[in-house]
Design a protein around this ligand. Sequence first.
Ligand code: AKB
Length: 316
Amino acid sequence: MKNILIIGAQGQIGSELTTELRKKYGHKHVICSDVRMPSHEVLNDLSPFERLDVTNVERIAQVVKKYKIDTIYHLPAILSAVAEEKPQIAWNIGINGLYNVLEVARESNCAVFFPSSIGAFGPTTPPDNTPQDVIQRPDTMYGVTKVAGELLCDYYHKRFGVDTRGVRFPGIISYVTLPGGGTTDYAVEIFYEAIKHQKYHCPLKAGTYLDMMYMPDALNAAISIMEADPSRLVHRNGFNVTAMSFEPETIAAEIRKHIPGFKMEYHNDPIRQAIADTWPNSMDDSCAREEWSWNPEFNLEKMTIDMLEKVAVKLK
Ligand code: AKB
């Protein structure tokens, strides 16, 4: 039986990954941790829970030893827009945090999941149907930490045999825990505003295509790559994975099918727009499909129906 540690369990992905992994491996085999202490009610849900700061290597080692951990899902990150405001903190968490986790994994023989991002690409990357192996050279701090993270994970596998694996997530759309400080957050906010006010001020310009994915597919990607047969893996880290690519007007039109009076205006956020302009319009995820049978379930239409239903219940 696996003993899994989720670092960053209170974040957008961590909160839902906890539930999914516990369904599969049992409650007490999935240990949650986060730098933030949860509220009383949430603590019950997250228990077993350990407060853990990823920049503290001794503490990571202590928790791994205490629960005989063999697999770590390393999820802490400062998302792209906030990382531009606080590049030093983004580096510390993104790089030093990952280095600490990899060192503990090396010493304690743990597998590590590392979530890279479409942010690992940059202005010179071919933007359409972006291949798996291609020039990256991002020009944001978020992107720098993601490329370096992919390379560091590859290095720890090659040099020390650590079982590192990971994907490049697109924007993730979900209704349980809100994302914060990302460039793709608009694709979550739009649902809340459509239901509350039938109106949304979009921070990105019309025509800004980005890859996106609904949370159930993101959880499936994270779990499937960690369970994949290693003999099939040509790549290990930074697999392109996507489920849909759209621009703001496409998602607004899809919402309008259910809320006919919904209106969207564009109020450009120059920081987010500059970041989005360097990211792919759409990625080619054929390597993930070939090497570990990646196959998303939700397209824009199906995701929109589910999001509108779930967000409406949440806002009641
Ligand atoms: C962000 O927008 O920063 C993230 C991402 C695509 O990595 N959602």
